[in-house]
Write a protein that binds this ligand. Sequence first.
Ligand code: FAD
Length: 259
Amino acid sequence: MNIAVCIKQVPDTAEIKWTENNTIDRNGLESVINPFDVYALETALRIKDKYENIRITALTMGPPQAEEIIRKAISFGVDNGFVITDKKFSGADTVATGRTIANAISKCIENVDLVICGQFATDGDTAQTGPTISTNLNYALATYVKEVLNIENGFITVKKEVEDGIETLKLKLPAVICIQKCDYEPRRPLIDGFIKAQKAEIPYYSMDDIGLEADKVGIKGSPTYVSKAFRPEQKHGGEIFENLTTQESVNKIIEALND
Ligand code: FAD
């Protein structure tokens, strides 16, 4: 079974700066693997621990420096990885990003049964990339997944979070699953994983390699226009009701909400 894990390099900070075009200014920022993608990697590695003949490929779309997070993924135990990189990808919105990643998955990895994404990237935070990949590949989709319960007879069963609880969902493979923060701790890199990661060859794939045209990638392939980006105003204070009975507190809160 072949698993592709999509990982994104994100700035290691909450202090995001913006460019004139309302995109993130990544200059001088330390980068890390998107925290949800660490859970995506852990989910893939748990499947590999449990089942035989599992091959995991980690991939990222980004600048050449994103190779660093692919090496990190290899140090955790994934089998190999690659970077999808091309100046023409710059300015991609989620439509172009999902299309580019989906094309790379079908062109550069043989017979992918399962694509695992994080639920959100902590910088863009749209949660649209996983669903866009599934639409482009025509794969089944489950979002907000907390755990993979079982893979059997061409189906995968997952536990997913819904507004009022947990649902169990059985999907026909091939599928895309988007991983929410899980209840388990992701593993740490292995010593021999570090050595393997240092020695690994990390291929770079360009727009031509993945068989897309210039009007389908980057800013040209992106229908989204960001008119404004701003930090929401932080609200402070609030009123604290003290020395009241429960009923009095409830009445006060209802009164305040009505106001
Ligand atoms: P989400 O959809 O929240 O991510 C969910 C999951 O999808 C992640 O956990 C991960 O598993 C996967 N994923 C997301 N992105 C990647 C990736 N790149 N590689 C592998 N897996 C991934 N960003 C730039 O870096 N450079 C730009 O020049 C740029 N220009 C933009 C221009 C416009 C007009 C817009 C709207 C956005 C631009 N962005 C740019 C941001 C970029 O579109 C998003 O970061 C990207 O589409 C992913 O969306 P997201 O961050 O909301 O990820």
